[in-house]
Design a binder for this molecule. Structure first.
Ligand code: ATP
Ligand code: MG
Length: 394
């Protein structure tokens, strides 16, 4: 039997469950990842023990989703989600199973899982239990529903986005019948909650093949958030894999193609946080007007939108010059903000400016210093303010 790299603490959890007379297996994502030679992100264990029987076996547990049969076991080495074998009955709202029915055998638990590659179990010794041909699909690089794809997408429409997510993350193809069903059932995605859609969208966006979102759009899976259409997202994979940078570039491309009203409306619809919306929106506005191609231009957008937004726009910009220009402005130490001016509001009050005049004068001085970096000297600026040289005060 092939040896897999299963952490000691996971083996201990399995052995504790088995020692108490229950069945216990690693299931789903980690089995898939171990077979692919990838490091699992999290460890899921399925067991015949009921939640009330799981908790007493371990010192530290969190009853994560006790109604769904999930207990998180915490140990020195890390955490694992331990879930009672279960099947889900029906999905009348297309989002959540109406009730969870605990079952006694592993096969039924694996049968409720979305794709064959996610429906395998592994014993602590490394024996793989594969009822649905997941191993063969892993080798062929196929995302295939367990059972009839139309039925499975009808139960939970999120599976359609998950299919594209695994395609994007693993570099797989969606198997022909599964793909046909996906196209036929895509309207069901309209009923999904924005949060679930957003989470899958971000995973696709951060994968090695973010352009997979083109298919999600083309098949209509995102029709609740954008207009139907076609867009070329080839450029995305060349950008750094930062969530905000790729989101910004995505918004820019969607807006350019006329598929969204604005980055703000799109991101709000998908329930991104207020902070993310405002940052990405500012950065996307820079891409829309074109990232400046000289240092003065970069200073002006820094002054107007702040360092974070400009830095994001440079990461999301398809040309290489943006990052280089920004770096050169930032490392020059030259002034691009009112804070960096060698005089401040009190200095201006001392020479007699009042209220709104102070702000107007500071902005005008900043504009001057951006044009003439060497003039950022206290005396020069004070004199300019005094003489109102080249500055229009209101
Ligand atoms: P990741 O590496 O991103 O965590 P994962 O396969 O572990 O991938 P999860 O969303 O953590 O994905 O789900 C864990 C497992 O639960 C999946 O491998 C799959 O077996 C099952 N699963 C998750 N979501 C669904 C769903 N919507 N329908 C059916 N089975 C699902
Ligand atoms: Mg997981």
């Amino acid at each position: 039997m092939k040896k897999y790299d299963i952490p000691e603490y996971v083996l201990q959890i399995l052995s504790r469950l088995k020692g108490a007379g229950f069945e216990a297996y690693i299931v789903g994502g980690p089995v898939r990842d171990l077979l692919l030679g990838r490091a699992p992100l999290d460890w899921d264990i399925a067991t015949s023990a009921l939640p009330s029987e799981i908790s007493p076996l371990f010192e530290r547990t969190i009853e994560t989703g006790i109604r769904h049969g999930t207990v998180t076991v915490l140990s020195e080495g890390g955490r694992a989600e331990v879930t009672t074998f279960r099947k889900e009955s029906s999905y009348s709202d297309l989002r959540h199973p109406d009730e969870v029915i605990f079952v006694s055998d592993l096969r039924q638990d694996l049968m409720r899982r979305d794709f064959t590659i996610n429906a395998m179990a592994m014993t602590p010794e490394g024996r793989v239990i594969d009822y649905f041909g997941g191993g063969a699909d892993l080798e062929r690089g196929l995302v295939r529903c367990v059972g009839d794809p139309v039925t499975r997408f009808g139960e939970d429409a999120l599976r359609m986005l998950r299919a594209l997510r695994f395609k994007a993350v693993l570099g797989f193809e969606v198997e022909a019948r599964t793909l046909e069903a996906l196209k036929d059932c895509s309207h069901l995605a309209l009923a999904l909650s924005a949060e679930r859609v957003r989470d899958e969208l971000v995973k696709i966006l951060l994968s090695g093949s973010p352009e997979t979102l083109e298919s999600a759009i083309e098949y209509g899976l995102l029709n609740a958030y954008l207009k139907p259409g076609v867009v070329n997202l080839d450029g995305l994979s060349g950008l750094c894999a930062g969530e905000h940078a790729r989101l910004c570039a995505l918004c820019f491309l969607l807006e350019k193609r006329g598929l969204i009203e604005s980055p703000e409306s799109f991101l709000r619809g998908l329930r991104f946080s207020g902070a993310a919306v405002s940052l990405v929106k500012s950065a996307a506005s820079i891409l829309k007007s074109g990232f400046p191609n000289d240092e003065k231009g970069v200073k002006r957008i820094l002054a107007a939108l702040g360092r974070e937004a400009v830095s994001l726009a440079s990461e999301a910009s398809f040309g290489e010059d943006a990052a280089r220009l920004l770096e050169s402005v930032l490392s020059s130490g030259e002034c691009w903000s009112i804070k960096q001016l060698k005089i401040n509001g009190s200095d201006l009050e001392n020479i007699g400016l009042r209220g709104v005049q102070v702000g107007t004068a500071l902005s005008a001085l900043l504009e001057h210093v951006i044009e003439h970096p060497l003039d950022n000297e206290r005396n020069i600026l004070l004199n300019m303010a005094k003489n109102q040289l080249n500055i229009t005060l209101t």
